[in-house]
Write a protein that binds this ligand. Structure first.
Ligand SMILES: [Zn+2]
Length: 209
């Protein structure tokens, strides 16, 4: 990769031998390898040792998962928050694995739409839940930095399956939960089933106001 980056620098009109750029090809390769390390990751290996059989069929939500990806059209970053919910049918996944699952797909050349559906599909296939919902909100530097369609540089995509697709009330409950700031200030930790249940109770109470 390094000779290509060196050539790229020259094509941009730079002098690849000047002091500030001398180590740039090495750094760019290292950065790109990391940012695309999702190609080497084994999704099944990450997930399969963290599946648990439980008798719990309320909504599990992990919201505000930070992610960083590269758009496949310009190789420029897009980044933002990913919110995931599912309603288990006998099987749950360790909560800490969910952000890792997001990273596996984010650390590739991506489209926001595909990133959203790959995360949803993986949860659907592995857990076979009653339903799964994924919402991603992201800023695309290929739009904001280039000054094109600035008003659209913030994009929201969603994938809804099962009960989230079929039942408007369930879908609204999820959307309501992810819209609220402060429910989960620490970001990704969605905590215990009790915590999830407490939040649901909170939502039900507020919905009646
Ligand atoms: Zn782009």
């Amino acid at each position: 990769m390094q000779p290509i980056v060196r050539e790229l620098l020259a094509k941009l009109g730079e002098d690849p031998d000047r002091e500030g750029l001398r180590n740039t090809p090495r750094r760019v390769e290292k950065a790109l390898r990391f940012l695309t390390s999702g190609y080497q990751a084994d999704v099944n290996a990450i997930i399969n040792d963290a599946l648990f059989t439980v008798d719990y069929n309320e909504m599990v939500i992990v919201k505000d998962i930070d992610f960083y990806s590269l758009c496949e059209h310009h190789l420029l970053p897009f980044f933002g928050k990913c919110h995931i919910a599912y309603i288990p049918k006998g099987k749950v996944i360790g909560l800490s694995k969910i952000p890792r699952l997001v990273d596996v797909f984010a650390r590739r050349l991506q489209l926001q739409e595909r990133l959203t559906s790959q995360i949803a599909e993986t949860i659907r296939e592995t857990l076979q839940p009653m339903g799964v919902a994924v919402v991603i909100e992201a800023t695309h530097l290929c739009m904001s930095m280039r000054g094109v369609e600035k008003q659209n540089s913030f994009a929201v995509t969603s994938a809804m399956h099962g009960i989230f697709r079929d039942n408007a009330r369930t879908r609204m409950e999820f959307l309501e939960l992810i819209r609220r700031p402060g429910l989960n200030p620490s970001g990704t930790a969605a905590a215990s089933a009790l915590d999830v249940a407490a939040r649901q109770a909170g939502v039900a109470a507020c919905a009646e106001d």
